[in-house]
Ligand binder design. Sequence first.
Ligand code: AQP
Length: 333
Amino acid sequence: MVKKIFSGVQPTGNLHLGNYLGAIKNFVELNNNDENDCIFCVVDLHAITVKQDPKELRNNIRETVATFVASGIDPKKSIIFNQSSVTAHSEAAWILSCIARTGWLSRMTQFKEKAGKDKEKVSVGLYSYPVLMAADILLYDATHVPVGDDQKQHLELCRDIAQKFNNDFKAENFFKVPEPLIQKEFSRIMSLKDGTKKMSKSELSDLSRINLTDSSDEIINKIRKAKTDPLPMPSKKEELNKRPEAKNLIGIYSSLTGLTFEKSINEFSESNFSEFKEKLSQVIVEKISPISYEIKKLLNEKSFLDEILVEGYEKANEQASLKIKKIHEIVGF
Ligand code: AQP
């Protein structure tokens, strides 16, 4: 069966190792499988749920496209486009927001985390963000959605919205109910400064994350300064449950080398963190440096990046326009 893949990344700058290991690495594998039909979206409408500087946003959109291509996504094989260019996304999001229930949205933990204590002051868009995400996916009849573990709840909401729309309008199978594609292990990369918080673009401290554009020296320095605990490296997997920072660093090592947790633990069992950190930096530099080099090179080829978005827009818009037309008919417009 052909898998129809859809996923998105926000052009909010500072794309990091968490985005790469949790999502983009998986996108590349899916792109490389000829049986898949992939769409990767730069979700700029999602980005503006928090304040963005227009000039920076424009640059970040190009940088996200450059990151996709530098990581190995082939724009001739997969559709790469910008969400705001296909107006059906905003339109479908409004229609689906009349299907989604406020009770469903108020259970979303990412909103609670991002809004923090000041819920009254965040944008309405931040609250309804998961409905727009459902529109993104459902417009293309995506069957599979590769995301990091943090997006699992939003995907469940998307499934609920699809099913309710189909039931309410007696439109059996009109919206495909998509499956999440979440890696079983290492699907949530944590901050280098706090192993209980996810690695994130918006975290103020740059030392908390490895950016995909970091130089080798920056990577080495950040890993050297990464938080650990006073104990030697663990000798058993069970020990990691109480040692979040060690678990995260070993997880990053395993994810990049393709080794299991157990094999990585055995390799460094009871040695010093400094020895492990040296090897970890080396592995990260080996993986990230070529991507970083390619991103920087592509950022000087603005017209090439813009052409990818124009071609992607044409293909995505063709599909989304057909679907939104059918949605209009079903709804009674
Ligand atoms: N720490 C992470 N570990 C694993 N996967 C992650 N993803 C993000 N952070 C991690 C996955 O990356 C994809 C793109 O994410 P996004 O840019 O759309 O937004 P996000 O999840 O909100 O990313 P950030 O870094 O946390 O941004 P801010 O700080 O702005 O909130 C998604 O598939 C996501 O799961």
